[in-house]
Design a protein. Structure first.
Lengths: 154, 154
C-alpha cells in the first residue's frame, strides 16, 4: 500500500487469465460490469486443438502485453491441464510471476480493491487464493435457509 | 452409489449454472471438452440489464428443463449478486435444491464422476464445494518451483 501512496504512477502487477475456451473473457467482462474497469488484465482462450507450443506462445504474448515491470499474476482455470503447464513455462526467472489455479468470479472482483501497485505478485496471488476459497459456499450456509433435501435427510 | 447400481435408469440430479454473462456456457463447454458429455446440465446467462423478475423466470425455466425428479444443484458465480438472489427464489420447498457459489471449472469436471443418480443435491453440493476449494492453489505450491518474487522476498 505504501508504494502506491508514495507513487501513484508506480507500475501495476499485470494479470493474465488463461482458460479452456472463452470463460476467461466472460469472467473478466462480468467482473468489469460489476466493479468497473480492471486495467492491465487480459484473457487468453486456449482450445484443445492448440499445440502446447501455440499455447505457450499465446500466453507469452499476453504476458508481454500486460507486463509493466511489476510482475504478473496468471489465473488458470484448472491445474494439471496443458494451459496450466504452458503457464508454468512463464516461470523462467525473467519476471516475478505467480499462478493461481481454479479461477472464479469473486477472485476477479477482488482485483478492484487489491493494491496491484504496492504488492508483489506472490502476495496478490495469496489474497486471490483466499478470496476464491472463501467465496465457495453453499446457499444454505449463506442464508440459513435449509433446503428440502437437507430437511429430508433427518 | 448403491441406488444407481441398483437402478441405472434412476433420475439424475439436474444442474443449472447461473452466471453474469456467458461464462457458465463456456465453463460447461470446457468441462465437456475435457471429460465428455454432462447430461442434464444447462447454463443461464444473466445480464445486469435483466430485471430481477426476468432473472427468476429464466432460472426457473432452466430448472424445469433439467428437473428429472431427483432435485437440482444450482452453481452460481458469486453470492450476494442478483442472480444469486434470483437462484434463492428457487428454494420454495417444491424441490430438493442446493446452491453452490463461486463456481469454477474443477467443480464441473468433478461432475463427470459424481453419482448424480445415487446422491441427493445437498451431498453433491458439498462434494463440489470441497473440490472447488481444494482446486484453488498457487502454482508454486503445486510445482515446488519458487517464483522469482518469492525468492526475492528473502
Amino acid at each position: 500500500m505504501a508504494t502506491s501512496l508514495q507513487n501513484p504512477s508506480a507500475p501495476r502487477v499485470g494479470l493474465v487469465i488463461v482458460t479452456h475456451g472463452g470463460s476467461g473473457e466472460c469472467l473478466l467482462a462480468a467482473a468489469q460490469g460489476l466493479v468497473g474497469s480492471i486495467d492491465g488484465a487480459v484473457a487468453v482462450s486456449v482450445t484443445l486443438e492448440d499445440s502446447f507450443e501455440v499455447q505457450v506462445s499465446r500466453i507469452e504474448g499476453a504476458c508481454a502485453r500486460v507486463d509493466a515491470g511489476a510482475g504478473l499474476v496468471i489465473l488458470a482455470d484448472v491445474h494439471g491441464s496443458s494451459p496450466f503447464r504452458a503457464s508454468l513455462a512463464m516461470l523462467d526467472g525473467t519476471r516475478a510471476i505467480e499462478i493461481v489455479c481454479g479461477v472464479n468470479l469473486p477472485m476477479l472482483i477482488k482485483l478492484a480493491t487489491v493494491d496491484r501497485q504496492g504488492l508483489p505478485p506472490i502476495e496478490i496471488a495469496e489474497i486471490l487464493k483466499e478470496v476464491g476459497k472463501r467465496s465457495i459456499r453453499l446457499g444454505s450456509e449463506l442464508t440459513g435457509k435449509l433446503t428440502l433435501s437437507r430437511e429430508e435427510r433427518h
